[in-house]
Ligand binder design. Structure first.
Ligand code: TRP
Length: 362
């Protein structure tokens, strides 16, 4: 059975196995039920979920629901995987989800020793504006700090009664007091919006966070009498592969991934060093075509850099036909990456100026 550790760094290659092992719902089967699915859903980068039927019906019937995500304030950079999560939040927000974004300052204190003040500074100066720069609408979002949300914290304590250490071990593998506290805090986050208004909710996460969803769903089943919450739905994102094509993005190899933000030219250069699906010689490639399905540059286009699906298809076809060679394609990717980073910095500057509109709850 596949193992998922929300605090680990492993990467999963076989997503269909994961769907089977964990009983997830493939996004493919539900795509036609969602109103105007976005590219992440259509391209199966959001490859699965839980509670998708209930969620899509709620959206279709325009009934109230919420979407919630958490910021882990670990360093003043985010990776491209987070960008995709924000895009899903944006999708739900545009479909009228009540939107909550929390700063996981308690979790970062517990699991990484980051002080509450440091977490606050980073959230205010970087993460919240970065989320806005990536598409979150600040006027329609409710923010909070875990350390300040009394309701969510109270839930965490109440939930602690509902789970045994052995269950914890089977969901998370390794356990430590900091992880237990963080997992319960997260379950509190995921469910507290329903205290105000009982309604379905969705939590878009990287697949690494799926144990937290499982825990929250277990807790809902066990607190039916006390709380009668809706089971939270989730959408699961694939990992962003490293530019080198190996399964792990390694912090010790800065060329293996691009951060947001990153100095634009440096980020562009990394695209030129990425693993492509080219043939050993230009002649061969012209004759036989390349392998876009194995190309990390193409993967970056598909996941992040090219919205226009026709353009994406043309690149795929031209590569297959041997018309588009890796050198030229890398130039193109480099340009798109530079533009992305420059745009982001511009939007970040603008987002910082919206600070007066951010609504925090306690
Ligand atoms: N554990 C999440 C992370 O590491 C942060 C988080 C805390 C979160 N509470 C949450 C994410 C609730 C989603 C929903 O990034």
């Amino acid at each position: 059975m596949a193992k998922i550790d929300p605090w680990g760094t492993q990467l999963i290659g076989d997503y269909s196995r994961l769907i089977k092992d964990f009983g997830l719902e493939p996004m493919q089967d539900f795509l036609s039920f969602f109103p105007e699915p976005n590219n992440l859903m259509k391209r199966e980068l959001v490859f699965a979920g839980q509670g998708l039927k209930e969620l899509s019906e709620t959206m279709k019937e325009k009934k109230p629901f919420y979407c919630l995500t958490g910021i882990m304030p670990s360093s003043e950079r985010i990776h491209f995987g987070t960008k995709s999560v924000i895009e899903m939040v944006k999708y739900f927000q545009q479909n009228n989800a009540r939107t909550f974004v929390l700063v996981a300052d308690l979790e970062s204190a517990a699991t990484r020793g980051i002080s509450l003040n440091e977490a606050r500074e980073r959230a205010m100066n970087f993460y919240i504006p970065a989320y806005i720069a990536l598409g979150l609408n600040p006027k329609k979002t409710v923010f909070y700090f875990q350390s300040e949300n009394q309701q969510a914290k109270n839930l965490a304590y109440q939930f602690s009664q509902k789970i045994t250490l052995n269950e914890f071990r089977s969901i998370y593998g390794n356990i430590h007091p900091s992880r237990i506290l963080s997992a319960l805090a997260q379950a509190g986050d995921i469910l507290f919006p329903q205290l105000e208004e009982r309604m379905p909710g969705v939590i878009p996460v990287g697949i690494d966070q799926s144990p937290h969803i499982r825990l929250a769903r277990d807790i809902v089943r066990r607190t039916k009498k006390e709380f009668n919450f809706f089971l939270p739905s989730a959408t699961y994102h694939k990992f962003v592969p490293s530019l080198g094509g190996d399964s792990k993005m390694s912090k010790s190899n800065p060329d293996s991934f691009v951060s947001i933000p990153e100095e634009p030219k440096e980020a562009g250069k990394k695209m030129k060093k990425a693993l492509t699906g080219g043939r050993p010689t230009i002649e061969e490639q012209k004759k036989l075509g390349g392998f876009p399905e194995k190309c990390m540059v193409f993967e970056m286009y598909k996941q992040h850099l090219i919205e226009d699906s026709k353009k994406l298809q043309d690149i795929f076809d031209d590569c297959k036909k041997g018309k588009l060679l890796c050198g030229q394609d890398k130039e193109n990717a480099c340009g798109l990456m530079i533009k992305f980073q420059e745009d982001f910095m511009k939007k970040l500057g603008k987002a910082k100026k919206t600070r007066n509109h951010w609504k925090f709850i306690k």
